[in-house]
Every structure is written in structure tokens, then in C-alpha cells.
Write a protein that binds this ligand. Structure first.
Ligand code: GLU
Length: 473
């Protein structure tokens, strides 16, 4: 049987890291087995679902590169189908109309609690039986699934092993509300059957729903899929991951300068492992991923590790890949790339020093934009009158360079040092501040090469002006 998995978010907010991890695991399993991955938007809760959230989820999936083979399906477009199955269950007496009003159910619940009994819907309660007999033709009703009264539901979860629920714990669940809308536990089953889902990967908060859903599969004579319920993600303080811990939305990680590959690599390890390997390309994840190796214990989010992975991918990924995402940050900072070197060259030179693309964009600025002022501290320290001679000689030598290469620029600096009998720092640092406007940068000859001859000369002149003004004071 072809494997088919799905990611089925409810569009009530952005795509958060927990959802992204579920989507990743589902997709990895599908790809590992040569199967298919479906995206389904569970928007039956019309009050809480928004188009904005749907767009945000799709944007997050696309940014992560978690593409799907089928969908997105929308539950709100499938109401006719759900009603058809409700009618079938009614006709087979596997579901029934329940007329018991809310007030009555509330009263019974209070009674149960007063008696120390677990509050639940009891189809055999005399007052409910009474409410369901001799009803007026136009009385409002919901539809309940006739859950088996005896026996138990047993399933084997990939993560948690064998799980058993006694049917006596489960009540007759509402499958269609009084207003005619179908409920989550029902729609999910019909969808998973119709879409041919073979493995359901989802959060452990759904474990209690699973036995109810399995009973519906059985009532419909359908095959039950296999289940893998993933543990929660905790913040680094051990509490359930929330906004309080900083970024939770996947798109916020984009904004903060993470590469999708770093976040995916981080998420795959958050609750799954393959020995002590930390770095996984997408191909390796697909190759090595097993549902059986998902960890049972909750995982704690660790931002330092994510930063470490991000730095790893900035350094080692194809510069073209990094450029694609860095470009977004350059645009956000309104740094036009029209006037300057290829972004891939800047990444090769500056990338390894940066943990995020936000830092990398900031450190790429001077390759594309001219500046009028130098960083105050660096200028004060390095653009002093004693540096004037070195900068003037460097400028003359730069002007004479014919082949604009890092090697030749290296020679220029070495020659200035030799002629003026100065140490490297006395020449390199003023040049660095002149050309980058700041006190830190990669090797200054390589920086000069990328900044370009005309700009290098102009910037040395700007630095000399600065020194002249300082001398005049
Ligand atoms: N729509 C549910 C949620 O967002 C997921 C349902 C499922 O995966 O079965 O929590």
C-alpha cells in the first residue's frame, strides 16, 4: 500500500515550530517510503479560522520548503461529503439524533460532579431518554455517534507503544452540531479515509481523540491508519513553548535571520535522533528518518544550538542558496545590490563570521552603500594624524594597481608597511576603518578587492579628510 501522510493544521494562527516539526516528520516519512504528503486545512471552526492564518501557514510551509503532493484541501469545502456520511450512519443506526438541550446536560453534569462521578454524556440517563422521546417535529437536535459500550480500543503508537482505552470511558460524541456543522473528530476520520492516509503523525494532545476516531473508522468498515503522537516542545526553562520564549512562529525565524535548512535541521533533531549525528541534509533526513525513532520524552528548545546550526549552514551551504535568503534581508534593510559585487562573493568572505542573516546583511552593507561617517570609536582610535602618511601612500599604490586582485592588494599593504617601516596593524587598521567604516571586517585586502577600486580610493580620501579635520581642531 502506498504510504500517504498529511499535515492538517487548524488555521487559527501562524505556523508555529511545533506544527512545522509535525509537518516535517510527516513529510519525511512519506518521502522515505516513496509515498505522498498531503496538506489539509482544518477550517471547520468557522469562528476561529481566518484567511490570514491560512495564508500564514502556507507561507511558512513554502519558506521551509515543505512542499506537498496533494492539496491544500479545505474541510469547509467538504460539508456535503460529511453530511452524506452522517446520513449513512443515521440510516445504519450507528448515529442518532439527540434532542437533550444544553441546560439539561449542564444539570446532569452538576449532579454527576456532586456525586463524585466523572462528568460525561450518559445516553442511558432517564432524563436524556425522556428528552429524546416524543419530541416536536421542529425541535433542535445534534447528531451523536453511537460509541460501543463494551470492550476497549487498542492501538499501537509508533512513539508510545501500545495504548488502550476502555469504551466505558468514551461517551457518544457529537458528530454534527445543532447548527448543522460537523465536528473535528468526525471530519478528520472522513478526510483521512477519503484521502487514503496510512500514517497519522500529530501532536500528543490528540491521543485522547484517537480511540474515538478509531471507533468511527470501525463503524464505517474502513481501515484504521497507524499513529505516531509526538511529544511537546518545551522552552529552555522547561515550560510549554510559548511566545514568552521569543520566536514561536516559523516566519519570525525568517525575520530573525535563520536559513530554512538550519531550522529544519534543528527541528528534525528536536525529538528524533540518529546516533549522535547533528547535521542532516534534506536527503539524509529523508534517508534516515524512521517513525520508530521519534523520542517519547518532551524536547526543550535551545536557541544556542539553532544559532550554531545557522552559522554552520551560512558557512557551508552553497552561496547561491544563502544568497536567495540573504537577498530578502538586504531588501528589508533597503540595501540595493545594483551597485556592488555579487552577493555570493560577499557571502563567501563575510558569512563565516555571522550567526544570522540579519548580521550578515548588516556586515554586507558597506559593499553596496557609501557612507559619510565612520563608526565613532573605530575612527577615533585608528584614523589619527599618524595614519595619514600610510593612507596617502596606500592610496597612491592602489591607484597604480593594474590588475585588481586580492593578491596585488595584499602586496600594496605589505609594501606600505615596508616602506614606512610600520607594523601591519598601523596600516591595516586605518585602511579597514577607511574602507568599511568600522573596526571589524574580514581580511582587508579581500574586502578591498570586493569593494572595488573607485570606491576604495574615494573612501581613503574620505578618511584623509576626516584626519585633516581632526588635525585642524
Ligand atoms: N487540526 C488539528 C490541529 O491543528 C490536527 C488534527 C490531526 O492532525 O489529526 O491540532
Amino acid at each position: 500500500m502506498t504510504v500517504k501522510t498529511r499535515f492538517a493544521p487548524s488555521p487559527t494562527g501562524f505556523l508555529h515550530v511545533g506544527g512545522a516539526r509535525t509537518a516535517l516528520y510527516s513529510r519525511l516519512y512519506a518521502k522515505h517510503t516513496g509515498g505522498e504528503f498531503v496538506l489539509r486545512i482544518e477550517d471547520t471552526d468557522i469562528e476561529r479560522s481566518t484567511q490570514e492564518a491560512i495564508d500564514a501557514i502556507i507561507e511558512g510551509m513554502e519558506w521551509l520548503g515543505l512542499d506537498w503532493d496533494e492539496g491544500p484541501y479545505y474541510q469547509t469545502k467538504r460539508f456535503d461529503r460529511y453530511n452524506e456520511v452522517v446520513d449513512q450512519l443515521l440510516a445504519e443506526d450507528k448515529a442518532y439524533k439527540c434532542y437533550a438541550p444544553k441546560e439539561l446536560l449542564d444539570e446532569i453534569r452538576e449532579e454527576q460532579m456532586a456525586m463524585g462521578v466523572k462528568p460525561r454524556y450518559d445516553a442511558n440517563h432517564p432524563r436524556i431518554i425522556e428528552a429524546n422521546s416524543n419530541v416536536a417535529e421542529d425541535a433542535p437536535f445534534c447528531i451523536r455517534f453511537r460509541n460501543p459500550k463494551e470492550g476497549s480500543v487498542v492501538f499501537n503508537d509508533y512513539v508510545r507503544g501500545c495504548i488502550e482505552f476502555s469504551n466505558s470511558e468514551l461517551d457518544d460524541l457529537i458528530i454534527r452540531r445543532t447548527d448543522g456543522s460537523p465536528t473535528y473528530n468526525f471530519c478528520v476520520v472522513i478526510d483521512d479515509i477519503d484521502m487514503g492516509i496510512t500514517q497519522v503523525v500529530r501532536g500528543e494532545d490528540h491521543i485522547n481523540n484517537t480511540p474515538r476516531q478509531i471507533n468511527i473508522y470501525k463503524a464505517l468498515g474502513a481501515n484504521t491508519p497507524e499513529f505516531a503522537h509526538c511529544s511537546m516542545i518545551l522552552g529552555d526553562d522547561g515550560a510549554k513553548l510559548s511566545k514568552r520564549h521569543g520566536a514561536v512562529s516559523v516566519m519570525q525565524y525568517r525575520d530573525e535571520g535563520y536559513l530554512p535548512q538550519a531550522l529544519l535541521n534543528y527541528l528534525v533533531r528536536l525529538g528524533w535522533s540518529h546516533g549522535d549525528q547533528e547535521i542532516f541534509s534534506m536527503e539524509e533526513m529523508i534517508d534516515l528518518f524512521r517513525l520508530e525513532s521519534i523520542s517519547k520524552s518532551a524536547s526543550a528548545f535551545n536557541t544556542d544550538k539553532l544559532l550554531w546550526l545557522n552559522n554552520h549552514y551560512i558557512k557551508t551551504a552553497e552561496p547561491e542558496y544563502v544568497a536567495k535568503y540573504l537577498q530578502w534581508h538586504m531588501n528589508a534593510k533597503e540595501i540595493s545590490l545594483d551597485n556592488g559585487p555579487a552577493l555570493t562573493e560577499v557571502i563567501k568572505l563575510v558569512g563565516e563570521r555571522c550567526n544570522t542573516l540579519v548580521e550578515l546583511a548588516e556586515q554586507s552593507r558597506y559593499f553596496y552603500l557609501d557612507f559619510e561617517e565612520f563608526e565613532a570609536g573605530a575612527a577615533k582610535k585608528h584614523l589619527r594624524p599618524v595614519a595619514k602618511e600610510a593612507l596617502e601612500l596606500a592610496k597612491a599604490k592602489v591607484e597604480a594597481v593594474e590588475e585588481w586582485s586580492t593578491e596585488n592588494l595584499h602586496t600594496v599593504i605589505a609594501d606600505v608597511c615596508a616602506e614606512l617601516e610600520l607594523g601591519m596593524g598601523k596600516v591595516g587598521m586605518p585602511l579597514r576603518v577607511a574602507i568599511t567604516g568600522q573596526g571589524q571586517s574580514p581580511s582587508v585586502d579581500a574586502v578591498m578587492q570586493l569593494v572595488g577600486k573607485e570606491r576604495v580610493i574615494k573612501r581613503i580620501e574620505l578618511a584623509l579628510d576626516y584626519i585633516a579635520k581632526r588635525e585642524a581642531q
